[in-house]
Ligand binder design. Structure first.
Ligand code: PNS
Length: 160
């Protein structure tokens, strides 16, 4: 069995910032399971299936990345995959408190699973799915911020 990591998130939609973390993770771990989960404090624009499909398209050239969704606790998903690591990106200090809460909760739920953080590339430190949706909603260009499949999907959501 290799080193397996789970990279969880809402990914509503996936951005180049997320992909930077996922792809760098795929160089470190034998397998990375990207898991689209529900965040109960967010109301998503894309369905879970749409979100998975957009990530699949953007990572199709990397065979050690698998994309799935899960309804339930992240630690239960990680256990199911026999993953010992949860991989998350950290942008700025503002992410710290939020990540500390989730990571500490996961540690209480399952002490065997460790969370690893990677600093997001500086180029994407301001980037979030929310800011991308805000810009796309008012027909601004998000070309530099998301993969081309996501750009097209956002156009369809807001124009179509
Ligand atoms: O991209 P996000 O919204 O910051 O990701 C948060 C996410 C989906 C990883 C988190 O809300 C989560 O793990 N949800 C699944 C339910 C769970 O396990 N909750 C307890 C730990 S926060």
């Amino acid at each position: 069995m290799g080193n397996i990591a789970v990279c969880p998130g809402s990914f509503d939609p996936v951005t180049l910032g997320h992909l930077d973390i996922i792809k760098r993770g795929a160089k470190i771990f034998d397998e990375v399971y990207v898991c689209v989960l529900n965040n109960s404090s967010k109301k998503p624009l894309f369905t879970v299936e749409e979100r998975c499909e957009l990530i699949r398209q953007a990572t199709k050239d990397l065979p050690n990345i698998k994309v799935e969704s899960f309804h339930g606790l992240l630690v239960d998903y990680a256990k199911q995959k026999e993953a010992k690591v949860i991989l998350r990106g950290l942008r700025a200090v503002t992410d710290f408190e939020y990540e500390m809460q989730g990571t500490s909760m996961n540690k209480v739920l399952d002490d065997e699973i460790e969370t690893f953080f990677m600093m997001t590339n500086n180029q994407y430190s301001f980037l979030s799915s929310s800011i991308v949706k805000e810009v796309a909603k008012y027909h601004g260009s998000v070309k530099e911020l998301v993969p081309k499949e996501v750009e097209a999907a956002l156009k369809e959501k807001f124009n179509g």
